[in-house]
Ligand binder design. Sequence first.
Ligand code: NAI
Length: 253
Amino acid sequence: MSDDSIRVALVTGAARGIGRGVALRLLRDGWAVVVGDIDEVIGQDTVEELARFGAVEFVELDVTDESSVVSCIERIEEDFGQLNGLVNNAGIADPDSGPVEQLSLEEWNRRITTNLTGAFLLSKHAIPLLRESGGSIVNMASTRAIQSEAHTEAYAASKGGLVALTHALAISLGPTIRVNAVSPGWIDTRPSPQQHGDPLRAIDHDQHAVGRVGQPDDIAALVAFLLGNDAGFITGQNLVADGGMTRQMIYVE
Ligand code: NAI
């Protein structure tokens, strides 16, 4: 039986960027958070910084390695005895893999394995704990699942696959476990001193219908909502948070 007085979330790829923002938001909302990341050095630093907001621990995790995934889930079971939320955020975030004629199978596999297979492995092994708690999964997709720039085949395919995996899991795992995806647009993940020291151009912000590029907090708020009980009637969905970019007609005048 899971303890209703605490909620435990695993956020993969939370050493930095959007994942770190999600971890911080969940801690502020009272969740205990496990930061699972392949980068132990930055991951440990992040956990030290976040510790003043609540119960947070680092677990070294390679989402592409099934034995690493199994160990991570076992560790959560030992330390907390339960898991209420899984955020499959870890990914190779750079979409550019060069011209497709020169894209090696190795590079293609690297992106698909990290961005898509990783979410499958984590979901597969988290299911028993999530069933017990009636928990929920959020997958970090991208607006690149539904639109593209040139030279982004592997990334776009990985995120399109993640959106499809989301609805397949939602149907298989309901009614106990809800599964949704979030598709961020452009999110400035640089630390704030860097954002102030080297600001984006006015046009970067102005091209968005909301007048600005996104921040990790924008995505974290949506993830927190989807993990929580207020989203109890929402599953299998892909929610876009992109400042309106995917809603603009861009024909040249
Ligand atoms: P980031 O590169 O700042 O952070 C990614 C994190 O994932 C890092 O901490 C990294 O160590 C970790 N990671 C990478 N491979 C891993 C593995 N095999 N196992 C465990 N951890 C691993 O990236 P960012 O920008 O924060 O992106 C996070 C997620 O959001 C990614 O899935 C990305 O595709 C997605 N996204 C990001 C957007 C953006 O504008 N920043 C837009 C749309 C989607």
